[in-house]
Design a protein around this ligand. Structure first.
Ligand SMILES: *Cc1c(COP(=O)(O)O)cnc(C)c1O
Length: 366
């Protein structure tokens, strides 16, 4: 059996370094906002090419804290791509704002920017650019349109640690970016974690305050904040793992290159393959489309290949959002992706034999 993701294979080679972090943190017995926190925030900001990074509780909080810090709330609209994980939209509705959906582009699966401008109204305050599956969104076009309308550009970079756009890394491409360190992400903690990365120093300070009970100075509260901080222990693990991120991403891109080169089946649509050498895509997910998905899923199961579906139900169809039902007819491409998408195994630690078996299985599917 080839598992969809094998975190053990990723952590085994760095086991000793992770153990050392645990021992050091327990020795110091300082568990919140300590030395590792500061170290990781500085290292991750530098990695992204942005001046500031604030560790937070998780990726959803990172998005929510950015929106709240920008004062976005009831009566405001935020443009979001329809093809995304629900957290992008939950952040918008959590602050009381209204999500306005833009369909996906059939080639890249990121937001179709040709549809974006028609969705802007007098109430629109921001656009969330999601680098879905690890591929950076069409940032030049998004920033150009946003600039003309005075909108904030927020990156949802939860799937795109290290991905580039015209040489610059995700996290430095807009006004502020949200990262998730959920264990399965390209850079994952050993638990929940997240970060806000931004070019805007004032925003960084406000996010840090809001996530710390609205406080900068102990027992003085400037905002009605919450508790959303990155654990010291997780910051330590992330400091270790950050040093391997580039090598891991290169391995992901290498495997994607093999898939692109060797997979050939008229029944299976592979993802866009441009920009591999520019790291435009760090392949958090390797999505293929198959019109008869259930049959294809059964076939892969018989072949012993673990796969996943990202994501089976469009957000406007979710029970959580009955008020969004009517949006469904405006997002045919997202609807198709939700009906046909299958994510193949792709991660550092996948062996040549396993890669071979996956390629062969895809090519032999009829
Ligand atoms: C994982 C993810 C999030 C949420 O991150 P959590 O840390 O799980 O809260 C947000 N957006 C996208 C696109 C994601 O993939």
């Amino acid at each position: 059996m080839i598992t969809y993701l094998n975190l053990k294979a990723i952590h085994e080679p760095i086991r000793e370094e992770l153990d050392n972090v645990y021992r050091e943190v327990v020795d110091r017995s300082w568990y919140i906002s300590g030395k590792y926190n500061k170290q990781f925030e500085e290292a991750f900001a530098a990695y992204c090419g942005a001046p500031a990074c604030v560790g937070v509780g998780n990726g959803l909080d990172a998005l929510r804290l950015i929106l709240q810090a920008y004062g976005i709330g009831a009566g405001d609209e935020v443009i979001v791509p329809a093809n995304t994980f629900i957290a992008t939209v939950l952040a918008v509705t959590d602050v009381g704002a209204t999500p306005v959906f833009v369909d996906a582009d059939m080639r890249t699966y990121t937001m179709d920017v040709s549809l974006m401008e028609s969705k802007i109204t007098a109430r629109t305050k921001a656009v969330i650019a999601v680098h879905i599956y690890g591929r950076t969104a069409d940032m030049d076009a998004i920033c150009e349109i946003a600039g003309r309308h005075g909108l904030k550009v927020i990156e949802d970079a939860a799937q795109a640690h290290g991905a580039r756009y015209r040489g610059k890394r995700a996290g430095s491409l807009g006004d502020a970016a949200a990262f998730s360190f959920y264990p399965g992400k390209n850079l994952g903690a050993l638990g929940d974690g997240g970060a806000v990365v931004t070019n805007d120093g004032e925003l960084a300070e406000k996010v840090r305050a809001i996530g710390n009970y609205g406080s900068i100075e102990k027992y003085r509260h400037l905002y009605q904040g919450c508790n959303s901080r990155l654990d010291e222990l997780q910051a330590g693990f992330l400091s270790v793992k950050l040093r391997y991120l580039d090598a891991w991403n290169r391995e992901r891109i290498r495997i994607a290159g093999i898939y692109q080169e060797r997979m050939q089946n008229p029944n299976i649509i592979l993802p866009a393959a441009d920009g591999l050498s520019e790291e435009r895509n760090v392949f958090h997910i390797y999505p293929v489309l198959c019109s008869q998905r259930d049959r294809f899923l059964d076939y892969l199961k018989q072949r012993g290949i673990g796969v996943n579906v990202h994501y089976p139900i469009p957000i406007p169809q979710q029970a959580a959002y009955p008020e969004l039902k009517a949006v469904q007819k405006e997002i045919p491409v997202t609807d198709r992706i939700c009906r046909e998408e299958v994510s193949l195994p792709l991660y550092p630690g996948l062996s040549e034999r396993e890669i071979d078996r996956i390629v062969t299985a895809i090519n032999q599917y009829v």
